[in-house]
Design a binder for this molecule. Structure first.
Ligand SMILES: Cc1cc2nc3c(=O)[nH]c(=O)nc-3n(C[C@H](O)[C@H](O)[C@H](O)COP(=O)(O)OP(=O)(O)OC[C@H]3O[C@@H](n4cnc5c(N)ncnc54)[C@H](O)[C@@H]3O)c2cc1C
Length: 272
């Protein structure tokens, strides 16, 4: 099958993209096209207008602050894999990027496109929740900065309004002592996962966050302090198992077990 006919615009500024989106309630943003392309071909989406944001220089910016780095939304998985900027996460982002699909997908797929799509099994969603990232959104009512945990409302469901552009991802800088681990369980390497575990422990910043991804809804974020997991690492696993059970987002005992296995592997990777 092929897409229905659509018009095509390629703005050169974020404001230009927002202007076009505001004037057309039936438009869709195109970034790497790795998700949108198949959806168009299968006619799962039938927009009348495609707004290609890949020629907006601001969307490939890298902004360094003392305590964070902001990556423009159109930075590709491959650019992160290749560490083409000073990595705020001591190599954690590059390691996660390397496990997404295969290189051809990574050269086109973007960090912003992945977060905007909010597939519960997407690697960035789980990784960046554990990291404590925020997303930057620009729309006709101005700019806003939203914690990723508030941005994602459910499977394929986010805070993003149809006339807003996700323009960047703000990633807190890890301390030197920080450790992080990621594990995905899938049948073939590089596939979308059946279960994802992600953990970040940074005692200097008082951070302990665990994530169970590829659940039946949004990834489950477990904040060590809020859940009383204590300050030591590795954290106790029984409260984590209880939290997953109570979430309503993990099905039967088999699913619970593979999610716990992913979390245990992530913790082991963080200790390696
Ligand atoms: C074969 C294959 C295997 C894959 N395997 C994995 C995997 O193992 N793990 C994984 O995490 N992902 C995987 N992916 C998905 C891939 O990572 C995509 O890059 C990602 O899902 C979407 O990013 P994109 O830039 O291609 O976005 P697009 O496909 O262009 O857009 C996706 C959606 O986000 C919206 N959007 C895009 N950018 C913005 C923006 N800046 N602001 C607002 N809305 C925006 C679009 O309108 C669309 O609805 C795979 C894809 C393929 C084709």
């Amino acid at each position: 099958m092929k897409p229905v006919a659509f018009d095509y615009e390629r703005p050169h500024t974020i404001e230009g993209a927002v202007g076009i989106l505001s004037g057309n309630s039936d438009a869709k943003i195109l970034a790497g096209g790795q998700t949108l392309g198949p959806m168009l071909n299968l006619r799962l989406v039938q927009p009348t207008l495609i707004v290609d944001v890949t020629r907006i220089p601001d969307l490939t910016r890298i902004e360094e602050e003392e305590d964070a780095v902001t990556l423009g939304a159109c930075i590709t998985h491959a650019a992160i894999e290749d560490s083409r900027f000073a990595d705020p996460s001591n190599g954690f982002l590059a390691e996660v990027a390397r496990g997404i699909a295969y290189r051809a997908v990574r050269t086109r797929g973007t960090i912003g496109g992945s977060l905007a799509h909010a597939d519960p099994a997407a690697d960035w969603l789980s990784c960046l929740l554990a990291v404590g990232a925020e997303v930057l959104l620009t729309g006709p009512r101005g700019k806003r900065r939203v914690a990723l945990k508030e941005f994602v409302r459910g499977a394929l469901d986010t805070e993003l309004a149809p006339d807003e552009v996700l323009d960047g991802v703000r990633i807190p800088r890890f301390s030197r002592k920080a450790r992080a681990g990621f594990a995905k369980i899938c049948r073939k390497s590089g596939e979308f996962a059946d279960a994802i575990g992600a953990v970040v422990h940074d005692s200097d910043r008082g951070v302990l966050q665990l994530v169970a991804g590829a659940t039946r809804g949004q990834p489950i974020l477990i904040n060590g302090e809020a859940e009383g997991l204590g300050a030591s690492f590795p954290p106790p696993l029984e409260p984590v198992r209880e939290k997953l059970k109570q979430s309503g987002l993990v099905g039967d005992a088999y699913e619970l077990n593979i999610h716990m296995a992913a979390i245990k592997r992530a913790i082991a990777n963080a200790q390696a």
